[in-house]
Design a protein around this ligand. Structure first.
Ligand code: 7B0
Ligand code: CA
Ligand code: CA
Ligand code: ZN
Length: 644
């Protein structure tokens, strides 16, 4: 189960002293097991006062025996209290759903694909698990038998045993690439120009153990025994060799679900993946440029680091971090997950993403798949009926990731610095924010300047312009002689005000593609915009609170409606945005804009584009926030609504 490893460490030391020897008072309902989270250092007395008896402590969580009424008392104190009674757990986890692909079926599926597509797919056993099961890598590329000089990508799934949906994701990816090769142009290009390695089951021992009895066992770790203990298993995603065990983001206790192992890479399975990755260095150059590790659950896209909340630290550069964030955010826009740095969830050390970046400079991401939040009954074991929708929703995100594999820095227009080519040029627009009123046009210049090789003629296109804005190039093709060429952005009266990054893309006659970002700020009528920066506390008890503003003189008689692409900028400080529901309530009704997304992540700082064309503009608009689960706190910080 999820653990917040954050703050309750002192509970380890103090909890027992207060509560182990008290007994729950007599009552109608019997005491049962609960897990309590959100306990801050010094709050142990809350448990004692409620009559809860501590049975176990883990990083960030305390396990207690208590009656339901006592659990309710703890919930009222703002603690997260989960029902862990045997009855609830049994009802939750078993029996095994045969619609999922197990170890032997996974091997069979990989073999089927290799048999069906012998020129595009091959497989190899890259190593053995602790128990001797095969760890299989499927390679997909054109001329698959040849190690071509193409950017390589690695996908890993099922480090955590019970996260069976991740195997389905890996197999969906393999099927997508192979079945749609030759018919889908984007897929065809990827298979022709990348070498893709998919390891659908990193932890076969754990995955098999979790289903072997016929009932799910909630098993997370591998199945390697721990010396001097009867407790089995290492959390593979705490066993990687960068900042292993550094930061209280893993456990040193062998019985724990986040046990980091006796040493970095003490687990057979992490050794196998590490050695495979190291084997992809050719002439000192790591061939793998991007990696995705697949987990469940929470619907998140995460990037390094997990061991610290610092962003640019150690071997992480500002440009690399910007590229990780850009690609991660693009993927999240495509699959509907919430993007963030891995440590935003909770600090975790010894994770695969941190090693991939720090040790190998591989742009490494984690997907946390369906479901969104920790409803006990459907967290790790959703029915197989969800597989088609919950794997195919990632199709476009995976395609986008693959498209960046030749130069991830392209996501932040830094190809010239990091991915120079033989015939190269830079594309530049004088850096500034260009301001234009709705309906107006703003002009500047763009220049293509040769840096190496041949002169080229560069044809220009642009993406990222909002509705009604048209980029106009003085010339469709510009020479690489550095001369300033006209470029302008004309807007319509209906273009939604706001700040936009328009990416101008050049394609030279020698095939070199270069991009330049341009920031354009469209200003609108002040009457159609409102802001509220007065803090509104969001109570932890499920009461809805609102922050309001009035729009007046925006909806004329001829055009009383708000825009089809209105802009809503929201800043909320909150310690678990997965608890929150947000609505924008206008004169004509409410729009749900945040429905408990981003479980366990902090803060919302986001711009929403909303279709409010059925709403009258003038009147009172409110941002309504409801915290649907206790244990986290926050406030509406500020928000701005721009209707048209
Ligand atoms: C994990 O629930 C990895 C990044 C965390 N900073 C998240 C992963 O290993 O804890 N979450 S999960 O176990 N799949
Ligand atoms: Ca190839
Ligand atoms: Ca290669
Ligand atoms: Zn996981």
């Amino acid at each position: 189960m999820r653990r917040r490893v954050a703050s309750a460490l002192s509970v380890l030391a103090l909890g027992a002293a207060f509560s182990l020897f008290s007994t729950p008072a007599e009552g109608a309902a019997p005491a049962q097991a609960y897990r309590v989270r959100g306990l801050e250092p010094g709050q142990e007395l809350l448990l004692d006062r409620a009559g809860a008896v501590i049975t176990d402590v883990d990083e960030g969580a305390v396990y207690v025996q208590a009656r339901p009424d006592q659990a309710a008392k703890l919930r009222k104190q703002g603690l997260k209290v989960d029902d862990m009674s045997a009855a609830t757990l049994a009802a939750t986890f078993g029996p095994v759903d045969p619609g999922y692909t197990d170890y032997s079926e996974t091997k069979a599926e990989v073999s089927r694909l290799v048999g069906l597509y012998p020129t595009l797919a091959s497989q190899q056993v890259i190593g053995k698990s602790y128990e001797g099961k095969d760890i299989v890598a499927l390679k997909i590329s054109d001329n698959v038998g040849v190690d071509e000089s193409e950017p390589e990508m690695l996908f890993t799934a099922n480090q955590h045993a019970r996260e069976h949906l991740t195997v389905e994701m890996a197999l969906y990816l393999a099927n997508m690439l192979l079945n749609d090769y030759g018919s889908d142009p984007a897929i065809t290009k990827i298979v022709d120009n990348r070498e893709i390695w998919i390891v659908p089951m990193v932890n076969p021992d754990g995955a098999q153990y979790d289903v072997d009895s016929g009932d799910y066992l909630m098993w997370r770790k591998n199945r390697q025994p721990n010396s001097g203990s009867t407790e089995i298993g290492t959390d593979l995603n705490r066993n990687w060799g960068y900042k292993w065990g550094c930061c209280a983001g893993s456990s040193g206790v062998k019985s724990k679900d986040t046990y980091r192992g006796s040493a970095a890479f003490s687990a057979k399975e992490t050794q196998v993946i590490r050695d495979f990755v190291l084997s992809r260095r050719v002439g000192g150059t790591q061939q793998i440029t991007e990696h995705l590790d697949i987990h469940t659950y929470s619907q998140l896209v995460l990037w390094p680091f997990g061991y610290t909340t610092s962003t640019v630290v150690g071997p992480m550069t500002a440009d690399a971090y910007a590229a990780l964030r850009a690609i991660g955010t693009e993927m999240a826009d495509l699959n509907g997950y919430w993007p963030g740095q891995a440590s935003g969830l909770y600090i975790a050390d010894g994770i695969i993403n941190d090693w991939m970046w720090a040790d190998q400079k591989i742009f490494s991401f984690t997907f946390e798949m369906y479901p969104k939040r920790s409803d006990l009954f459907e967290q790790f074991y959703p029915p197989a009926s969800v597989i088609p929708a919950q794997t195919s929703r990632n199709r476009q995100a995976l395609i986008r990731l693959a498209q960046y594999a030749d130069c991830p820095y392209r996501s932040v227009s830094k190809e010239n610095t990091y991915c120079p080519v033989a015939d190269d040029y830079t594309l530049t627009v004088p850096g500034a924010t260009y301001v234009v009123a709705q309906g107006g046009t703003v002009s500047t210049t763009i220049a293509a300047t040769k840096t190496t090789g041949a002169n080229q003629l560069v044809s220009l296109t642009a993406t990222g312009a909002p509705a009604g804005m048209t980029p106009i190039f003085g010339l469709g093709s510009i020479p690489t002689d550095g001369s300033a060429q006209a470029i302008s952005f004309s807007t319509a009266a209906t273009t939604t005000p706001g700040e936009y990054t328009i990416v101008v893309r050049g394609e030279g006659t020698a095939g070199t593609v270069r991009t330049a970002p341009v920031t354009v700020m469209v200003t609108g009528s002040a009457a159609c915009q409102g802001s509220n920066a007065t803090d509104v506390a969001i109570p932890d008890d499920g009461t809805a609170v609102t922050s309001s503003l009035t729009i007046a003189g925006c909806g004329s008689l001829a055009s009383p409606m708000a825009n089809a692409a209105a802009r809503l900028e929201v800043h909320i400080a909150h310690t678990n945005i997965g608890d929150l529901q947000l609505r924008l309530v206008g004169p004509g009704g409410a729009v749900l804009i945040h429905d408990r997304d981003g479980a366990d992540m902090n803060n919302i700082d986001k711009i929403y584009t909303l279709d409010l064309s059925s709403q009258v503009a003038d009147g009172t608009w409110s941002l309504e926030a409801t915290d649907l689960e206790s244990g986290a706190t926050g406030k509406i910080d500020s928000w701005t609504l721009t209707l048209k």
